[in-house]
Design a binder for this molecule. Structure first.
Ligand code: ATP
Ligand SMILES: O=C(O)[C@@H](O)C(=O)CO
Length: 417
């Protein structure tokens, strides 16, 4: 294994794995930390953790454990993948994990770059934009777990770090590989080990990728990895392996626990032509909605149904005020976890999931340990193939990713009925 990555959620892991596979690296996504050696021929390994919203010390512990395993597999460069909307709270976890990885790798400096232009996330003067607006006006300010209320990534990250945070602005990035190298060296000389780098287009990310060839640690969204495979290819170190074929066959289900604006629109679009079961947190808390009821409902449907807790910001904050933020999240995620196990044990072979935390709960419940990366469905979302006795097709969609018709496309692209 040449390149190892640690992703702080499951959809983020498949987003990054998709980028590395498209870049020509034979890539496997691992579900959590494993003690087993990586499969033969794996050039890039992405360890999917569920550390985005847990306590910072625990996120650090798990990330270091994953990094040590990746290093033991031979990895020369480590990528720490977080969300392209920099999802975190003032207490972490991006800063503490990045600083701990710098220490482990004995690295002097690392880039911080959540930009992912294909999905509208662009970074200018350290400020993160989503589409044509700032991050804190994009709907992310209402996120159920990590509300993003400041678009200045330097300022937000500094709340989380021990050390100062630097910046390599866009005009320097556009100056090319040696200008970028010099800028990092200057930031490092001033004692800034975490350095935010601007990027508004794929070309900026490719330049950065080239300039970061010798960096032991790279941190960012999946965009920052766009240029990394080329560094290994140029050195003649890559084989060329095809994407995994979508070979799953059987009934399908769509599960959505994401409450993002994009997910709200995608759920509405899917409901226009398919049956849906809405999960109300109150009904989960007082147990009037049970996994038995939802599973019975599922098997009665003639078309591929959607089961969702997706709701608008007012409904989400209402439920959180009544039951507590963590309590609702636990109830919703726990419900999806038990339900998906029941459905897959009962014969479902294609599972489409909306939301990173939700995907983590679902994949962990299914007990699969690794995922092969298939073709891209929409930017940042590949078809995935797991082995659970039979082939199991999966798609794990980040909250804000995907076109309006994502769910319909994904059901078709991850296998056949
Ligand atoms: N109706 C609801 N009310 C309150 N919380 C909810 C509701 N539905 C889902 N949740 C919780 O909100 C969280 C949504 O997070 P999730 O990561 O799945 O989606 P997302 O944040 O939109 O996606 P991503 O992390 O990929 O951007 C989960 O913990 C989920 O359990
Ligand atoms: O970077 C992103 O936006 C996604 O891969 C993600 O991490 C969402 O959970």
């Amino acid at each position: 294994m040449l390149l190892g990555a640690i992703a702080d959620d499951f959809t983020g892991a498949s987003d990054l794995a998709n980028t590395l596979a498209k870049g020509g690296m034979a890539t496997t996504q691992f579900v959590g930390i494993t003690a087993d050696p990586a499969p033969f021929g794996c050039e890039a390994g992405v360890v999917a953790l569920k550390t985005r919203s847990i306590a910072a010390e625990e996120a650090v512990r798990q990330s270091l454990e994953a990094a040590r395993w990746l290093l033991a597999q031979g990895c020369e460069q480590i990528v720490f993948k977080y969300c392209s909307t920099f999802d975190s709270t003032p207490k972490g976890n991006i800063g503490p994990v990045a600083e701990a990885l710098l220490d482990l790798l004995e690295a002097d400096v690392a880039v911080v770059c959540p930009a992912f232009p294909a999905t509208g996330r662009r970074l200018f003067m350290g400020h993160l934009f989503v589409g044509d607006g700032l991050l804190n006006e994009s709907g992310m300010e209402n996120h159920p777990l990590t509300p993003m209320t400041d678009p200045d990534i330097r300022r937000w990250l500094r709340l989380q770090t021990r050390g100062e945070v630097g910046l390599v602005p866009l005009h320097t990035v556009r100056g090319g590989v040696s200008a970028i190298g010099q800028a990092f060296a200057e930031q490092q000389a001033q004692g800034r080990r975490l350095v935010v780098a601007d990027a508004v287009a794929d070309g900026d990310l490719l330049l950065l990728g080239q300039a970061l060839a010798d960096h032991r640690l790279v941190t960012g969204g999946s965009g920052i990895a766009m240029g990394l495979p080329e560094n290994f290819r140029k050195a003649g170190r890559l084989s060329r392996r095809a994407h995994a074929a979508a070979s799953a066959a059987g009934p399908a289900v769509v599960l959505c626990g994401s409450c993002s604006k994009a997910s709200q629109a995608q759920v509405a679009a899917y409901l226009a032509a398919h049956p849906g079961l809405a999960l109300d947190p109150a009904a989960l808390m007082d147990k009037t909605m049970t996994v038995d009821r939802a599973a019975d409902w599922f098997w009665r449907q003639k078309q591929v149904p959607i089961i969702y807790s997706t709701a608008d910001a007012a409904a989400v904050s209402g439920a959180q005020a009544r039951y507590g933020r963590a309590e609702v999240a636990e109830a919703v995620e726990g419900f999806f976890a038990t339900l998906v196990r029941r459905l897959v044990d009962g014969g479902v072979r294609r599972v489409v999931v909306g939301g990173g935390e939700t995907s983590g709960a679902v994949v962990e419940a299914l007990g699969v340990s690794s995922l092969q990366i298939g073709e891209e469905i929409d930017p940042g979302v590949p078809a995935l193939l797991a082995d659970r006795g039979d082939p199991l097709g999966l798609a794990l969609k980040s909250g804000n990713f995907g076109a309006n018709d994502f769910f319909e496309k994904a059901v078709q692209r991850i296998g056949t009925p």
